[in-house]
Every structure is written in structure tokens, then in C-alpha cells.
Write a protein that binds this ligand. Structure first.
Ligand SMILES: *Cc1c(COP(=O)(O)O)cnc(C)c1O
Length: 496
């Protein structure tokens, strides 16, 4: 049985709503196993090629041998992102930049800012990363400036920290015990994670035809339990910026927090604005904005594992801090979720910012925005496709006439790795410096035109992954989709 007929039979089961019958469940499970088996090929490509270890080897392998294997694996994986076939993922990726960051890492590989007395250097780097980032995002940088923040391990942690902070702040200062956050449906999945982890109710607001959140509906969703409102600058799915000014004013009028999620755009939009692009204000220049998440590991061009969370006041930041005074292990505190942390990542982030400089960020932003603009305008000339909203650098597109997931699959066959999205079904490419390389945008458009033509010429061809995406987008029983995701994650930890 091929994947597509599997998927359609799985799908028909759910439409008939008989998933709960044990016999049916068993059959579905079997069919899921088949889907997983086909995924295993791409997720476990080293099966049989390299030794795998289920226990610590009795005799250690030589460092040379290990490095040799790792180099082979790296070479196998590197060209796809390096040559610009991948949406997002690696935002800089030039050899010289990587070499520099690696040197910085090697100098600091043993540091741990949990031991702030041993490595005050990391404290210096972290304080300066926060200062440089907040100044870039509209804070004044005088000594008594209130805007402050901390580093975290990534955008998700920055968002989790902000949500926990608002929860505890609202409990202490307003007596709110059933906290709610009002946010666009397009806000990042990290907010759902925060909701699950910290028992915060999310009130999700639909978007308009321009893919920005509906302001009136946000207003109407505010209750006595609201602790904060969220907007994205820009959103991950469609790359459009929510009406942050209006939203943050609503928050201010109601005395609740406002979080701008600038994880994606924080290190690009300020430079886009300086370059003369139309960028609505989304940062601390708006008095209602009380926190911003911004990823140094995206367009800040640091290596993965580092992000910044900023707050308007030091009072708010206090609610993020963890401290315990009665632990037999001694007095203990940590500003973010982790205990021990890799100080080298903070050092790399600092080094990237100080090395690239404002001029460098401007030049990079210019290249990225021009490349994205070219891609956006070319997609618009392909008759079967349309662009969703008016994005600056994260371009999503879809079709009224053909299955967009089949187009994505055809692009995958041409080595591209794009993001498949749903509600509505579309595909996006998040443009990075990798795509600003000579000829990459042109190659993307040529391949996209060919893919559209192919899908049109082969209407009955179902494809392998396209039906899986189609199913995930349309299946009414969402627990069935969640089951598949559990299996996918199990597969990640399966030994080859
Ligand atoms: C990337 C991103 C995040 C956080 O993602 P991490 O993978 O945890 O760094 C949050 N919001 C938006 C809009 C993003 O693009």
C-alpha cells in the first residue's frame, strides 16, 4: 500500500467517526506504523552506515576516528542549508562568520554563568547583549533606564519566561488566580507551551484578510482575568506584523501587560526601518509595550541556543527570577529556567553583535529584504499562486487552483526544504542570508514555476508527503493528528 492510499483510508475512518472501536484503532495503528516506516528513511539515514551505540563502548574510540565520522556526517548534511535550499534554520552561515563563532566558543567552552563568581566575563557579555538589544529596540541607554532583561536558551524560553512573569506579577499585584492571555491565532506555538506548562488560559483571536489580528475582537476578549495581550512582529506563519501600536494601547488602557514577540523580526525590522522600509513601530517606543522576546540566534546571527527577553521595568523582571533561601544545597538562584548554562553561547552572541556592528546588520538586512522582495514579486507573477498578506522577509504563498502541498513536495524533490503550514493551507520560505547568495532567488523561482507546472500536468498523482500534510490540515479528529506526532517524536529517539 502506498502512503497516499494509506492516508486516505486513515482519513475515511476518522470521517466516519469510529476511531474508538478497538478493531479500528488497531488498524489505524498499523497504518500509522506504515507512515512512520517511510519517514524512517529520511530521519535515520545513517542506519547501517556507521556504528551505533546502545551502551558506552568498553574501549573508547580514538578522537581521530570519532572526528572522521562526524566530518563525514556533517559533509552529508551541510550543502542543503549552505547552498540556500532551506527556509529559515541557518540565518547567516558564511564560512568566515562560522569560524569566528567557533573560535569564540572554544575560548569559553568550560564556562557556566551559574557560577557567576568564577566567570564574571559571561556576566559582562550578557549584560551588554541585553543593553545593546534593548537600545536597538527603542530603550534609552542612560544609567537610570528601566528597560532590562535577561538571556535565555531560545525564543521559546524567552516566551515561556515572559508568560510565567506575567502570571506571577498578576497574581501578586492584582490577585488574579485564573490567568488569561489574549493573543492572535497566528502567535507562536511557544505560547501554547506556556499555557500548558503554567496553566494560563489562552484566548485566541482570529486574523483579518491581511493576516493581522482583529483589534475589536481583542478588545472584546479582555476580561478581569486578563494578564497580558500578545502581538507578533512579525508572525511566524505569514511574516506580517500585527497592529502592535493599537494592541499595546488597549493593554495600557486596561493596565495589563503587552508582549511583542519579535523573536523573528527583532534583529531585522529596526534595520529595515533605517533602510526606509515601511515598518510600523513595535518596540519600547510604544509606551504600552511591556516586554519583547527577540532571538539573537536568528537574525542576530549567533549560534543556536540563545535569545533575549526584555522587560519595561525591573519590577517585572523580578517576577522572572527564581530564588530559594532554605535549600540544604545553599542559597540558590537563577535568573531563567536553566541552572547550569553554556556561557560560551552568550559569548558568541556578544561577539557576533560587536563584530557585525550596525553597518553590518544594515547591509545584511538590505540583502535579505531585497532578496525577499524579488521572491515575493516573482511568486505574484505565477498565475496559480498568490502571496498571503504583505510580508517583508518571510513569504508565504498558496493556490486556489492546485494543491499547495503537492507543489511543496515537488520542491522537496528539487532539494528544497520549505515550511508547510495550515489553517489556511500554505507554504512559506523565511529568507535568510543564505538566499541572498548569487543566483539562489532565481533558482527558487525557476524551481517553483516548474513545480507548479508539474503539479498541473499530473493532477492524479497523489504524492508521498502531500497527503500527510493534507490530512494533518483537514482531519476532523485532532487527537489522531496528535497521535501521529507522538509517534514521530518516539521515532526521533529510536536507535538506528
Ligand atoms: C522562531 C520563533 C519563536 C521561537 O522559536 P525558537 O525556536 O524557540 O527560537 C517565537 N516566535 C516567532 C515569531 C518565531 O519566529
Amino acid at each position: 500500500m502506498d502512503i497516499s492510499s494509506l492516508v486516505s483510508s486513515v482519513k475515511s475512518f476518522f470521517f466516519r467517526g469510529i476511531k474508538s472501536i478497538p478493531v479500528v484503532r488497531e488498524r489505524i495503528q498499523k497504518e500509522y506504523n506504515e507512515i512512520m516506516k517511510s519517514l524512517e528513511g529520511s530521519l535515520k539515514p545513517y542506519k547501517g552506515k556507521f556504528a551505533s551505540f546502545k551502551e558506552i563502548p568498553r574501549e573508547g574510540k580514538s578522537q581521530e576516528d570519532i572526528l572522521q565520522i562526524m566530518k563525514e556526517i556533517k559533509d552529508f548534511e551541510e550543502s542543503r542549508w549552505k547552498d540556500g535550499y532551506v527556509s529559515g534554520a541557518v540565518y547567516h552561515g558564511d564560512e568566515k562568520h562560522i569560524d569566528f563563532l567557533n573560535k569564540v566558543y572554544s575560548i569559553h567552552s568550560q564556562t557556566n554563568p551559574l557560577h557567576s563568581d568564577l566567570w564574571p566575563s559571561i556576566g559582562k557579555y550578557e549584560a551588554e547583549v541585553v543593553a545593546m538589544t534593548s537600545f536597538m529596540l527603542g530603550a534609552d541607554n542612560s544609567d537610570n533606564a528601566s528597560i532590562c532583561g535577561t538571556l535565555s536558551s531560545g525564543g521559546t524560553e524567552s516566551i515561556l519566561l515572559a508568560m510565567k512573569t506575567y502570571r506571577d506579577w498578576a497574581r501578586d499585584t492584582k490577585g488574579i488566580h485564573n490567568p488569561e492571555v489574549v493573543l492572535p491565532i497566528t502567535a507562536h506555538a511557544a505560547f501554547d507551551k506556556a499555557s500548558e506548562y503554567f496553566h494560563i488560559k489562552l484566548v485566541k483571536i482570529p486574523i483579518e484578510s491581511d493576516y493581522r489580528v482583529n483589534i475589536e475582537k481583542v478588545k472584546n476578549a479582555i476580561s478581569k482575568n486578563t494578564i497580558a495581550i500578545v502581538g507578533s512582529a512579525p508572525s511566524f506563519p505569514h511574516g506580517v506584523i500585527d497592529p502592535i501600536e493599537e494592541l499595546s494601547e488597549i493593554a495600557r488602557e486596561h493596565g495589563v501587560g503587552f508582549h511583542t514577540d519579535a523573536c523573528l523580526g527583532g534583529f531585522l525590522l529596526p534595520f529595515a526601518e533605517k533602510l526606509g522600509y515601511q515598518v510600523p513601530v513595535f518596540d519600547f517606543r510604544l509606551p504600552g509595550v511591556t516586554s519583547i522576546s527577540v532571538d539573537t540566534h536568528k537574525y542576530g546571527y549567533a549560534a543556536k541556543g540563545i535569545s533575549v527577553i526584555l522587560y519595561r521595568t525591573k519590577e517585572l523582571r523580578r517576577y522572572q527570577y527564581f530564588k530559594i533561601t532554605e535549600w540544604p544545597g545553599g542559597i540558590y538562584f537563577s535568573p531563567s529556567f536553566a541552572g547550569s548554562r553554556p556561557g560560551a553561547l552568550s559569548a558568541m552572541s556578544w561577539a557576533a553583535m560587536v563584530n557585525i556592528g550596525e553597518k553590518g546588520y544594515m547591509a545584511n538586512a538590505k540583502k535579505i529584504l531585497e532578496t525577499a522582495n524579488k521572491i515575493k514579486n516573482e511568486i505574484k507573477t505565477i498565475p496559480d499562486l498568490f502571496v498571503l498578506g504583505d510580508p517583508l522577509f518571510n513569504v508565504s504563498f498558496s493556490s486556489h487552483t492546485i494543491d499547495i502541498y503537492k507543489v511543496m513536495e515537488s520542491m522537496t524533490h528539487k532539494n528544497w526544504s520549505l515550511n508547510g503550514l495550515h489553517k489556511p493551507s500554505c507554504v512559506h520560505i523565511c529568507v535568510t542570508l543564505r538566499h541572498a547568495q548569487e543566483g539562489v532567488a532565481e533558482r527558487f523561482i525557476t524551481d517553483l514555476r516548474e513545480s507548479v507546472a508539474y503539479v498541473k500536468a499530473h493532477p492524479s498523482e497523489k504524492g508521498e508527503m502531500a497527503p500527510v500534510y493534507g490530512m494533518a490540515a483537514t482531519i476532523p479528529d485532532r487527537t489522531a493528528v496528535a497521535d501521529l506526532l507522538d509517534m514521530y517524536m518516539d521515532l526521533l529517539y529510536k536507535i538506528e
